[in-house]
Design a binder for this molecule. Structure first.
Ligand code: CMC
Length: 435
């Protein structure tokens, strides 16, 4: 638990002589928090914070974000350094274990993950139960949920070895499920994982290879994939991670918790935004139509948002967006795409938005999803797979946060309270008396 700060906050109920002295807790970085755990006992009141904008739901040592400065650290390491120098599996080790691995630890970790890339053969038949035109997020959610029906030998959440194996299984198998969801949708044979390849290369292989032809990967695209995975690996207590933690707080098994996280990620305000950005760019169609689109975004009654812009925490440039923008140019260069109309449109849209008073005053900047869709489309991913890819990467963050929570001795079931505004107590009226 964090140190108790020297100060405390006093909350006095106006009109009464009742007050509560609330301890302040400080972390290593970021604002101090007021500990309100005893508030209900002391004063008989709850706090009200829909959307949890001002609430720390847990203590965590994994990821730190400074939204005003545009800083993102995994276990203290800046995202820019990890994206430049690390690899996805090294980052996975870091997030799960707290420190970067030695070479021997890395090799052992990699071997451990690789051993679990295959799916139970019976899981193949699950895919046939879905319609061919099902969204791959629906398939991913369903099949990941089904993993607990196949791997009951690692479901004891109180057993550290079970937790370790479940984490390995999830990190290793989610890419296979994701790629098979895609193959199923296009009617191609499932490609079994290749354990002689890196994590990113194997994923691209399972997505793009066919049994009839040799597979030719590209080191630049593999590196771009690896970087995209690193950038999406964790992001502290966002909606899907909080979903995983809340589900996990009940003692539910990790496969069920990650399936819940996948469902939460799917929404367009969260992981579904990368898909929504591309649809938006296609809908705008031409730079000449940007002013008209921006006017719609600014119109309070339109409900139109500039997708890929804005963030609950970042009130500055999302550091991941900058790396994405650079990666985007590299990928298009490697693929020999000189003029991509969607990229031109995105660059112009960003330029106009960043100089528009509406976006400036609300501190709305590009987020990680603004450029990721363009990269993924150029790499050959269909739009419906964008959020699936996000889930492949975020599985590492989810399982690290789940593990941290289970290992926290102070962990309790997550159970928020409410401000009830419904009918007061009333007596049942028989139907005959209601006309
Ligand atoms: N376009 C236009 N206006 C916006 C946008 C946007 N993208 N985002 C926020 N605003 C406005 C909003 O209308 C509100 O205005 P007002 O104060 O006049 O009512 C103000 O900015 C604050 O917005 P909010 O909805 O209260 O902010 P939030 O913190 O609840 O929402 C968000 C954060 C990410 C859901 C939101 O910015 C958004 O919907 N962005 C577009 C979707 C998107 O790109 N999501 C990906 C987020 S990053 C990856 C991830 O987390 O998965």
């Amino acid at each position: 638990m964090s140190d108790i700060a020297k100060g405390s906050a006093t909350l006095t109920l106006e009109g009464s002589n009742r007050a509560a002295e609330l301890p302040m807790l400080t972390g290593t970085l970021g604002p101090a928090v007021v500990d309100i755990r005893r508030l209900y006992n002391d004063l008989g009141i709850f706090t009200y914070d829909p959307g949890y904008g001002g609430t720390a739901s847990c203590e965590s040592k994994i990821t730190y974000i400074d939204g005003d400065e545009g800083v993102l650290l995994y276990r203290g390491y800046p995202i820019e350094q990890l994206a430049e120098h690390s690899s996805f599996l090294e980052v996975a080790y870091l997030l799960l274990n707290g420190d970067l691995p030695t070479r021997a630890e890395h090799a052992e970790f990699e071997r451990g993950i690789i051993r679990h890339t295959m799916l139970h053969e019976q899981l193949r038949s699950f895919f046939n139960g879905f319609r061919r035109d099902a969204h791959p997020m629906a398939v991913l959610c369903g099949v990941v949920g089904a993993l607990s029906a196949f791997y009951h030998d690692s479901l004891d959440i109180n057993n550290p070895e079970h937790r370790r194996i479940s984490a390995f299984r999830l990190i290793a198998k989610v890419p296979t499920i994701a790629a098979w969801a895609y193959k199923y949708s296009i009617g191609q044979p499932f490609m079994y994982p290749r354990n002689d390849m890196s994590f990113a290369e194997n994923f691209l292989y399972m997505m793009n290879a066919v049994p009839a032809e040799p597979f030719k990967g590209s080191p630049i695209l593999t590196q771009a994939m690896d970087r995209i995975l690193i950038l999406h690996a964790d992001h502290e207590q966002n909606a899907s991670t909080s979903t995983v933690r809340l589900a996990g707080s009940t003692g539910a098994n990790p496969f069920a918790c990650i399936a819940a996280g996948i469902a939460s990620l799917w929404g367009p305000a969260h992981g579904g935004a990368n898909e929504a950005v591309l649809k938006m760019l296609e809908e705008i169609g031409h730079v000449d139509r940007i002013p008209e689109f921006i006017a719609r975004v600014k119109d309070k009654n339109s409900n139109v948002r500039l997708m890929g812009f804005g963030h609950r925490v970042y009130k500055n440039y999302d550091p991941r967006a900058k790396i994405m923008q650079r990666t985007c140019h590299e990928v298009l260069g490697e693929l020999g795409i000189k003029d991509d109309p969607l990229l031109d449109l995105a660059v112009e849209l960003e330029r106009i938005a960043l100089s528009d008073e509406y976006f400036i005053s609300k501190k709305l900047y590009p987020n990680v999803d603004f450029y990721s869709g363009i990269i993924l489309k150029a790499m050959g991913f269909p739009t419906s797979m964008f959020t699936v890819l996000f889930a492949v990467a975020r599985t590492v963050g989810w399982i690290s946060q789940w593990k941290e929570m289970i290992e926290d001795p102070l962990q309790r079931i997550g159970r928020p309270r409410q401000l009830y505004t419904g009918a007061p107590r009333r007596d049942y009226v028989p139907a005959s008396a209601r006309d």
